[in-house]
Design a protein around this ligand. Structure first.
Ligand code: ZN
Length: 295
């Protein structure tokens, strides 16, 4: 089973593994030009084919993922056995139509972002390839909610807090795209940590297109162990933070204080910041710690 490009492993070369597969190969991907980017992102991880030729794109969906072809050898993404069309990225959900052979059905995922479509396609394709039976695959996909810091939501003091993990440029770009889909300009606290699990080198924030949210936010607070550097990056992107607070709890409290009852505060966090903030929030809410939950 091979995606049109693997968003985790990061290159169309993964799709080219199909050339060497000895078993059945099932391909999946997105076929929805309406969510294509205007151009390939700066943060793309792969510019070249396995032959060394330059990749060009009919549609770039995120990073290097999209409808690609090699100008040198003529390799292309190829046909998709399982595909998503008519993708709409909403503020808190994502809709598309899944086509697989003679089957097609609408899907509404309770999470936002183009990468969630790839996750859903991968899950469906794997289950189908294994011969698992579906009663209602659209409903079953819709029942898979957010998990552990990935668009997880909590109620704190009458405000909704949403945790959006972002730990690399492509992931952050997709989070920003989802925030742009909000009906109202979002209130955001961003956290940049440089722990071992985050990567000590924080220069990756310059590869992310933070500029896409400039002028579209109600509130921006910079936090984390590298709050000052994040504040500089935000300033250069045209999003000068309203506050810069390295202390994560103070930053969350400042964000909550600026959020009216019933409103939503979005926390965009690197990995260790997510662990720290989530644990502190879980103590203030009824949210279980992850080791207390059952999959
Ligand atoms: Zn090539």
């Amino acid at each position: 089973m091979v995606a049109d490009a693997d968003p985790q492993c990061g290159r169309p070369q993964v799709a080219q593994l199909a050339e060497h597969g000895s078993g059945d190969v099932v391909t999946f991907g997105i076929d929805s030009p309406e969510v294509a980017l205007d151009a390939v992102e700066h943060a793309t991880d792969a510019n070249f084919c396995t032959c060394g030729g330059l990749l060009s794109y009919e549609h770039a969906y995120m990073g290097h993922v999209g409808v690609w072809r090699c100008e040198e050898c003529g390799r292309t993404r190829g046909t998709l056995d399982v595909r998503a069309t008519d993708v709409t990225i909403g503020d808190e959900s994502t809709t598309f139509t899944l086509f697989a052979g003679e089957t097609s059905f609408p899907v509404t995922l309770p999470v936002t972002g183009l990468y969630t479509v790839y996750n859903a396609l991968a899950a469906y394709t794997t289950a189908d390839a294994l011969g698992l039976a579906f009663d209602d695959p659209g409903a079953e996909l819709a029942a898979v909610g957010p998990v552990f810091g990935r668009q997880e939501r909590m109620m704190v003091d009458g405000r909704e807090i949403r945790l959006l993990l972002a730990k690399n440029p492509i992931g952050l770009n997709e989070v920003l795209r989802a925030l742009r889909a909000a009906d109202q300009p979002p209130r955001i606290v961003m956290f940049l940590n440089d722990g071992i699990a985050d990567g000590r080198d924080i220069s990756w924030v310059y590869d992310a297109d933070l500029e896409q949210l400039a002028g579209r936010t109600e509130l921006v607070i910079a936090s984390g162990t590298r709050a000052d550097e994040l504040a500089l990056r935000l300033d250069l992107a045209g999003m000068t933070p309203d506050e810069t607070l390295s202390d994560t709890q103070r930053a969350v409290d400042a964000g909550l204080a600026a959020t009216p009852p019933g409103g939503r505060l979005d926390l965009v966090l690197t990995y260790t910041a997510m662990l720290e903030v989530r644990e502190a929030l879980a103590r203030r809410t009824t949210t279980a710690q992850y080791w207390e939950t059952t999959p």
